[in-house]
Design a protein around this ligand. Structure first.
Ligand code: ZN
Ligand code: FE
Length: 262
């Protein structure tokens, strides 16, 4: 590929905050954008340590652990705030929804509507660098709780993300992976790829390292919420609730409800 058409590389690092949030800091040539800055101070420290200038603030949904630092960061840096059109986002400059495309540090991101966790939740996908920021919709080995949406909406949102290319790296907003995969093992005890992934994730956490990003391929192979068409997942849902194997959405609803009490 000629150099001028090669997509610019972004450095993408997790900034841990609260108990288990990852605020994602993406940078290139001294400029940065941040995804879901729930905590302004954590981002200020990360920017200062790396001598970065904040160019944009990107938000997936309205929850406080994703938006708590937005106003302070905008005030301090004058950075533009991108967020979902369908939710109240503090200091939002660009109201986004499905089909919109935004350019961040020279990289084009497609906006996807992914309702379910919240009604207006969006995700940001950059095909040229195979990166997905998906907030609290798709987690490594799991998915977000249904606070505002229906099982059918969330299942459709996750199915949309599952159709992205295999190599797409999945940058979700929480480190929930080990707990998610322990639940996944209860759903699919005979899934060998899942057993390997759980062991790998436990080893990473034992060393204090993040398990994120994952990839769409790994999620498709091991995340039960993307596997509602698999006979083993259907059967597990049916054992949990009679009739739950009827459709993929019924199966999704049954295992999501099971996870809520697991
Ligand atoms: Zn949330
Ligand atoms: Fe969250």
């Amino acid at each position: 590929m000629p150099a001028e058409t090669a997509p610019p590389a972004l450095r993408i690092e997790p900034v841990p905050a609260f108990n288990d949030n990852y605020l994602w800091l993406a940078s290139r040539d001294g400029l940065a954008f941040v995804v879901d800055p729930g905590d302004a101070e954590a981002i200020e420290e990360a920017l200062a340590a790396r001598k970065l200038q904040l160019a944009a603030i990107v938000v997936t949904h309205h929850h406080g652990d994703h938006t708590g630092g937005v106003q302070a960061l905008k005030r301090a840096h004058g950075a533009a705030v991108y967020g979902p059109a369908g939710e109240p986002i503090p200091a939002r400059d660009a109201a986004l929804g499905e089909g919109d495309r935004v350019e961040l540090l020279g990289v084009a991101f497609d906006v996807l509507d992914v309702p379910g966790h919240t009604r207006g939740h969006i995700a940001y996908h950059a095909p040229s660098i195979e990166v997905l920021f998906c907030g609290d919709t798709l987690f490594a080995g799991g998915c977000g709780r249904l606070f505002e949406g229906t099982p059918a909406q969330m299942h459709a949102s996750l199915s949309k993300l599952a159709r992205l290319p295999d190599a797409t790296r999945v940058y979700c907003a929480h480190e929930y992976t080990v707990a998610n995969l322990r639940f996944a093992r209860a759903v699919e005890p005979d899934n060998a790829a899942l057993a390997r992934r759980l062991a790998d994730s436990e080893a990473l956490r034992a060393r204090g390292e993040p398990t994120v990003p994952s990839t769409i391929a790994l999620e498709r192979a091991t995340n039960p919420f993307l596997r509602c068409d698999e006979p083993a997942v259907r059967a597990a849902a049916e054992r949990r609730r009679k009739g739950a194997s009827a459709t993929a959405v019924d199966t999704f609803a049954a295992i999501r409800a099971w996870k809520d009490v697991y």
